[in-house]
Design a protein around this ligand. Structure first.
Ligand code: NAG
Ligand code: NAG
Ligand code: NAG
Length: 456
């Protein structure tokens, strides 16, 4: 445990090396984003568009209003048997009314009753995240995990200020679920606990996070395995409870802890290096299978600052429970060049040229003067019928300067963006890790998506 943080850092450092190459501004404590690229992504990079949506960190953005208000919790039982209500991260502009999930990587529908989170060779796997947030609730995911050295399946809750509640599954230990939590991304190696269960690959279990203002419980198939009370998390130094307390998205992911470019600790935690020629892979990829996600929203906590019913915003950079306000503000961006401060920006509507043109492909080809509009890279080779949307739409269109720009052009366009990235960034990875740990993030799984540097 706690490894997730390192993993996060490692993947981030990999990602950072790409970013550095493009001079994308970084953000974190003491260095908020500039007005020109106002939104601080969950990966600590500044941009516009999707940077201002899910995961946008208001504390390190240009203003608290740079990030788009977070759609409120809505109780639901999502049968994940299609991608009908899901959108790739570079196609989503913030309207959660008809899009329940955004994804990076390559999810694939399976047998009409479930979704596979796939991880093909040299990709960083797949991440799906809810478009709505939960501010206390009971969240269950029914799934079977992946397997194999270095292969991690995750079901987590994460807030924009990096409060986090986790279930993680390491592919070499199918008899345990690892539970963990973080507060504002601060690393604490004592927060983890292993929960025993029966083979997580062969058995489809229901994993439940019951998140209340004064306690969290982790349950498997209805049996509570662990309880953490808020009172036990008092941090006298910080004068606050290090307890997850801010609106959080639901995330499911499959990602590689076992990449040579990751830290030794991360690789060890993940059970070793990923074997990309493993008989455990099917159709060329590792996979985890998610059937259902159920959300029961709890009422806002007593004393909540309620000024509407549609979204959560932060009123102060403390990022604590009492700085969350429920409002009626809902914002859908006009384009991927828009931001929470300026949601109507749409280059296509006004002028036709400018580097942003289609706001997608061209931005990736443009220079670093253009702010990035999709955090992380989208894409990852395709397979299955769902690929059409990925390959057809995204690969080419991927606004992510990152994906198109780097992997493709910069690096002689081969496969294996990872190893290239890994080898070229060896020198600074240590520094980045330190920085992230200071930053505190255990954003874990997410990154995954990001680095989907994968080439197509
Ligand atoms: C949980 O088990 C893993 C091995 O799968 C081990 O590395 C880790 O230290 C354990 N965590 C705790 C808190 O016991
Ligand atoms: C208490 O909070 C401070 C400031 O966020 C942090 O550096 C420290 O690690 C926390 N202590 C523990 C035990 O988590
Ligand atoms: C915020 O948490 C504190 C404990 O740290 C609690 O006393 C207070 O009622 C909470 N407020 C809200 C709005 O949840």
């Amino acid at each position: 445990m706690g490894r997730s943080i390192v993993a996060f850092a490692a993947v981030l450092s990999l990602f950072s090396s790409f970013i550095l190459a493009q001079n994308i501004p970084k953000c974190g404590p003491g260095s908020p984003c500039p007005a020109s690229a106002p939104c601080c992504s969950q990966y600590g990079q500044c941009g516009v568009g999707a940077y201002c949506l899910g995961g946008c960190d208001p504390l390190f953005s240009h203003k608290l209003t740079s990030c788009v208000p977070a759609p409120v919790c809505s109780s639901a039982d999502y049968q994940l048997n299609s991608l009908d209500n899901a959108a790739p991260i570079n196609k989503y502009l913030g309207d959660a009314s008809n899009t329940n999930w955004v994804y990076s990587g390559t999810p694939a529908t399976y047998q009409g009753d479930s979704l596979l989170l796939t991880m093909a060779q040299d990709t960083v796997g797949t991440l799906i995240a809810s478009t709505r947030y939960v501010w206390y609730g009971k969240i269950s995911a029914t799934l079977s995990t992946s397997q194999g050295a270095g292969v991690v399946t995750a079901f987590i809750m994460m807030s924009d200020v990096k409060d986090e509640i986790d279930f993680e599954f390491v592919g070499t230990d199918l008899e345990h679920a690892q539970s963990n939590f973080y507060s504002q991304g601060v690393t604490n190696y004592n927060n983890g606990a292993n929960l025993s269960t029966s083979n997580t690959l062969e058995n489809t279990h229901t994993y439940t996070i019951d998140w209340q203002p004064d306690q969290i419980t982790w349950a498997i198939d209805g049996n509570v395995m662990r309880t953490v009370k808020r009172d036990s998390t008092w941090n006298a130094t910080a004068n606050r409870f290090d307890f997850p307390q801010t609106p959080s998205r639901i995330m499911l992911s499959l990602w590689p802890a076992g990449l040579p470019s990751n830290g030794a600790g991360t690789i060890a935690w993940g059970g070793g290096l990923v074997d990309w020629n493993s008989p455990l892979m099917q159709n060329g990829y590792y996979y985890a299978r998610v059937h259902e996600v159920k959300v029961d929203c709890y009422d806002p906590p007593p004393g909540a600052n309620i000024n509407g019913r549609k979204s959560y915003i932060y009123t102060d950079a403390a990022g604590t429970n009492n700085t969350v306000q429920i409002t009626d503000k809902l914002v859908t961006l006009a384009s991927l060049q828009a931001t929470g401060e300026d949601p109507g920006v749409d280059p296509d509507a006004s002028q036709s040229s400018s580097a942003s043109g289609t706001s997608t492909a061209s931005s990736s080809a443009s220079t670093s003067a253009e702010p990035e509009s999709v955090p992380g890279m989208v894409g990852a080779g395709g397979m299955s019928e769902d690929t059409t949307s990925l390959a057809g739409g995204d690969s080419g269109a991927a606004p992510t300067g990152a994906a198109g720009g780097q992997a493709g052009s910069g690096q002689s366009g081969g496969n294996g963006g990872f190893s290239q990235g890994g080898s070229s960034q060896g020198a600074n990875s240590g520094a980045d890790v330190v920085k992230v740990e200071k930053l505190g993030g255990s954003v874990i799984a997410i990154l995954i998506a990001i680095a989907a540097v994968m080439v197509l």
